[in-house]
Design a protein around this ligand. Structure first.
Ligand SMILES: [Fe+2]
Length: 382
């Protein structure tokens, strides 16, 4: 068996209403300067948390400006606003959490973020780091990854480091009840992609298979319900767990071609990360199926697809199931509807082929011509 190392937050608290426990944790920690990094949509939750903590803590400040798909420039501004902080709390979806993780690592550091893109290049972290997700998808709350958009290169770039794993994470599914159906859909399909890409990965591992399988089953059971019935706490809890399991897959095994091909869609056309994955997932799954039909068939069955005459046929039924789930979630799967022309395909394929850190994980070798073919399938007509 291949050796893997699991790096997880030292403290993990999971359950509806557990934001209260986060307050108690921070009160006991009593940092000199607590700085909350969040998105405009979570501003009021951050303000309530700050008001409660102001009694026990020294300085409490809030940066509620982190919108979706943060750039290197946005990160640099967030780093400046965090000056003096000794404890960083990331509150929100993947974007504020990723920025918070990088701010906690690079505040008072002599490293620039540009020097840290890649695996294992970050030298340390100077601030205590707490993450509180309010979406269910990115898995950033437990992963060692953070992604920023390099606007000059028009490409998403990732920092992967054990120093980005938070000290403490509080997963409170009730915070996700206010998430819109569109965000629920795209983030939920991102979580499903993490689990599928880990389970079908060239470097899959029996320990990670357990998390990935559970995440896939939970998405099959709860994702569409969470989108169509936003108030259903059971569905929200299922998706929070799926996101958590998907996040646990991200360090030791990581993602593959879906994420690699999604990067140019985000980098050049600013499609949300989850939406890009959601559109590509059925097509990449179908492409990969022949490389490991047994594993792809297992994913299909975990999602609730009917068994067919062969593993490969069952796997293809899984690709159909993924397409149906995306449609039921309201995802428009034609890239033209998202403002992308088929003429962009060659450039996108060239760009995707540079994401070698993920492509090396794909169960089937993928060429530039394959990328062109997969992108072409993301258009209803060409
Ligand atoms: Fe992702």
């Amino acid at each position: 068996m291949r050796t893997i190392t699991l790096l997880q937050p030292r403290r993990l608290t999971i359950g509806s209403g557990c934001l209260q426990e986060c307050e108690s944790y921070l009160e006991a920690l009593a940092p000199q300067h607590l700085h909350i990094i969040t998105s405009p949509s979570q501003s009021s939750v951050a303000s309530q948390l700050a008001a409660k903590l102001a009694r026990a803590n020294g300085i409490v400040s809030i940066d509620d400006s982190i919108a979706s798909e943060p750039t290197i420039q946005m990160f640099a501004s967030a780093l400046t606003r965090a000056q003096g902080a000794t404890c960083i709390v990331g509150l929100g979806g993947g974007s504020p959490l990723d920025v918070a993780k990088l701010v906690a690592a690079l505040l008072r550091s002599d490293q620039n973020v540009e020097d840290c893109f890649g695996i294992g290049l970050l030298r340390g972290r100077t601030c205590h780091l707490v993450c509180v997700p309010t979406t269910s998808g990115t898995g950033s709350e437990v992963s060692p990854n953070a992604i920023l958009l390099d606007e000059a290169a028009k490409l998403k770039k990732g920092v992967v480091s054990p120093h980005l794993v938070p000290d403490a994470t509080f997963i409170d599914p009730s915070l996700t009840l206010t998430m819109s159906p569109a965000v629920t859909a795209s983030t939920g399909l991102d979580a499903l992609t993490h689990c599928i890409e880990a389970y079908t990965n060239k470097f899959a591992h029996p320990v990670i298979d357990v998390y990935a399988t559970q995440g896939i089953i939970l998405c099959g059971r709860h994702l569409v319900r969470a989108v169509t019935h936003p108030e259903d706490l059971t569905a929200r809890e299922g998706m929070s767990l799926a996101s958590f399991y998907g996040g646990l897959c991200l360090g030791p095994v990581n993602t593959a071609a879906v994420h690699a091909l999604a990067y140019p869609l985000g980098g050049e056309f600013h499609l949300a990360h989850g939406l890009s994955n959601a559109i590509l997932l059925p097509h990449v799954f179908r492409f990969n199926a022949e490389a490991s039909p047994v594993r792809h068939a297992a994913v299909a069955l975990a999602l609730g697809a009917k068994p067919a005459d062969s593993y490969l046929e069952t796997a293809y039924a899984g690709a159909d199931k993924l397409q149906q789930m995306a449609t039921s979630c309201g995802i428009t799967s034609d890239l033209r509807q998202h403002g992308i022309s088929p003429s962009a395909i060659p450039n996108m394929a060239r760009s995707a082929m540079t994401v070698t850190r993920l492509l090396k994980n794909n169960p089937r070798e993928i060429t530039e011509a394959d990328c062109i073919d997969i992108y072409a399938r993301c258009f209803d007509s060409i």
